[in-house]
Design a protein around this ligand. Structure first.
Ligand code: PLP
Length: 371
């Protein structure tokens, strides 16, 4: 189906659109902030799962791209992207084999490690292939999901340094638990406290090994806060490119009620398909096209105060304080999604728009890469 030249409201729904003007502004704002702080940006592809978007981030100045899983890294390298950091530990033989296969194609690949077991398996697999690999020590700074406890980190770092095939390049300290704290000041305090748990370790590693130059950290909610931490060398932010309702609802440095740093480049288009009931209309986007976690989708430009409510797998309900303001059948509404990452993972493509014009399509080629 030819889409370029169409008006966005003529697209078949539900579908995802990316507003290129907003996207480019988001990419530029983040890159400018990182450049001003004299740090690096390695944005996370787990958000958008789209190699053309990752390419755009690289063109804007990113030094590489983060991947959550090995299969995402495979797809990114296949698309010609370099400087990939896998931000989750890979402790099983099958996955390590896949990781080493990617490394054979792209020696710039990095992975985090957080346990001796994984370190041993990786070192052995590399030895078998006659390869060496850059690794970061994943340090748990309060999320308690992955990462070595700060008190045990130095011991593991020494162990990594003793391995023949591993080059310890520094640490990863991702404080996911603080990213959506509503108050900017509270978030600032919480992020500082979390990152300080890893700072003495990083200072020690810098002294121990000249290869230890990377302190990778941060998410969209704390990007500006973490840029002020002298030890942090690079950001692994993800959501800032697309944005979602969950992030737009937290405070920012400029406005304590709204996150104004980045705009909602990602939108979901949905059509009013039934108006037979009193007090609401039914739209064609439900749980199968909008991930429920992270709040409620927001209807853009609704002067009459329309709101979206969950209404099953395939449908949503739109209500309005004055039902006279409800839209007629066939109306296309534009929503900011509740949580961008898992919503994007429900679609095969982004339609690219400038104003109301559809100007292209990008595949969500990392979709389903969950392994
Ligand atoms: C390890 C890691 N780093 C970075 C990010 C990016 O965070 P955000 O999307 O809040 O920018 C995530 C997101 O979940 C993550 O899991």
């Amino acid at each position: 189906m030819k889409t370029s030249g169409k008006n966005k409201f003529d697209l078949d729904t539900p579908c995802l659109v990316l507003d290129l003007d907003l996207l480019e502004t988001n990419l530029r704002k983040m890159q400018d902030a990182v450049n001003r702080a004299g740090k690096n940006l390695r944005p996370h592809a787990k958000t958008h799962k789209c190699s053309p978007l990752a390419q755009k981030q690289r063109e804007a100045g990113a030094i590489g791209i983060c991947a959550a899983k090995v299969s995402e890294a495979e797809a990114l390298v296949k698309a010609g992207l370099g400087g990939i950091l896998v931000t989750g530990p890979v402790p099983t033989p099958g996955k390590i084999k896949r990781l080493v296969e990617i490394l054979a194609v792209d020696p710039s690949l990095m992975v985090v490690v957080d346990h001796r077991e994984g370190v041993n398996l990786l070192d052995a697999a590399l030895s078998e292939r006659g390869l060496s690999m850059d690794v970061l020590l994943d340090v748990d700074v309060g999320l308690h999901r992955t990462g070595v406890k700060p008190a045990e980190a130095l011991e593991l770092a020494d162990y990594i340094l003793s391995r023949e095939r591993l080059r310890l390049r520094g640490i990863q300290a991702y404080a996911g638990q603080v990213q959506h704290i509503r108050s900017y000041d509270d978030r600032k305090t919480a992020s500082h406290q979390s990152l300080q748990e890893a700072v003495p370790l990083f200072r020690e590693l810098e002294k121990k090994a000249e290869t230890c130059t990377i302190f990778s950290s941060s998410g969209t909610g704390t990007f500006d806060i973490d840029l002020a931490v002298p030890e942090v060398t690079e950001l692994q932010v993800g959501s800032y490119a697309c944005m979602d309702a969950e992030y737009l609802d937290i405070g920012s440095a400029e406005n304590d009620r709204q996150f104004t740093s980045f705009g909602p480049a990602l939108r979901l288009l949905t059509t009013v398909v039934s108006t037979n009931q009193k007090g609401f209309v039914t739209v064609d986007a439900g749980l199968k096209s909008l991930y429920r976690d992270g709040g409620t989708p927001k209807i853009i430009g609704s002067e009459s105060g329309m709101t979206y409510t969950w209404f099953g797998d395939e449908y949503g309900m739109v209500i309005c304080p004055d039902p006279v303001g409800l839209p007629p059948i066939g109306t296309v509404l534009e929503l900011v999604t509740s949580h961008c990452d898992p919503t994007i993972n429900l679609f095969n493509q982004f339609y690219l728009i400038r104003g109301n014009d559809v100007v292209g399509v990008w595949p969500i080629d990392l979709r389903g890469c969950s392994q």
